[in-house]
Design a protein around this ligand. Sequence first.
Ligand code: IPM
Length: 360
Amino acid sequence: MKLNIAVLPGDGIGPEVIEQAVKVLKAIAMEFNHIFTFETGLVGASAIEKTGDPLPEETITICEKADAVLFGAIGETKYDIDPNAEIRPEQGLLGIRKVLDLYTNIRPVIAYDDLLNKSSLKIKQIKDTNILIYRELTSGIYFGQKELSEDGNTASDICEYTRFEIERIAHRAFKAAQSRKRKLTLVDKANVLASSRLWRKVVQELAPTYPDVKVDYLYIDNAAMELIINPRQFDVILTENMFGDILSEEASVIVGSIGLLASASIGDKYAMFEPIHGAYTKAANKGIANPIASILSAAMLLDHFELHEEADLIREGVDKSLKLHITTPDLNTKYNHVTTTKVGDFIEDFINNPEETNLN
Ligand code: IPM
């Protein structure tokens, strides 16, 4: 298969983790006789520095021409210190999600047996957790009208959803549940928010179309607690933009490190794959960033094009690296940890030679 992949490494640890993902994709292309080409674009703080724009037109064109986008991370300490900065790296990420209409963000949360002791939660609580979070990604409070009064004393962010926006992601979440344990949990705040009441109404109306899927409804506050107390009860979680952002980051505690969580953002025409972690500027260029989330995002990219055998091989390589403790320091305090590049090298070697790759 020929795939033209747009690569947006972004800021902080983005470039080094994406380098590993690209390395792994190149190994897959070699092994399976695919032709993958890569074109890099600027985004985030690094794009602001070079062009003044967090999402230059040229980057949009590169993404629109590509079959898929691989995204690193965005953010920079100086913008975090000044939340009033008018031009911000985040506009690059939010902008590309909106322009490509990537409305479904899928975030798998899987507890690896080999990492159960890395979580601060109890092993018996988290073992066998396997959740798919379906986060709406192009609407809600993130994209609603924002206002700051002239005197600077009042601010507002509108959270708006349309039936259309809810229906299109809900159908996908129901279908995903059908191919799994057939359970869908809608997370909302329907006891308080009008937008949540619309989510609930729409999902209740769609439910009879998927009679084999059991639907549950949880308020976000309760869901935040249940996710920690009993994560195994969840199969597919469907939720709006901001709740999904918060819940998925919380879910990383189950897995042991946010450096493991991958995601796919799928529209009707375009698809983008990105780790859920941020730019973690403090860790940049130290060789300590965990590339697994990016590498697993690359596996999700392959799944998107039905290259399941290829994606599975990447996941096997990841499993093996974890089993052998070939991991970055976030996961490895007991054994000698390795660098970002070494984790990528190990998975690359595994793809080239699955039978023989071992610690060396
Ligand atoms: C994420 C991030 C982004 C979000 C930020 C960087 C804008 O937290 O992808 O989860 O809030 O969506």
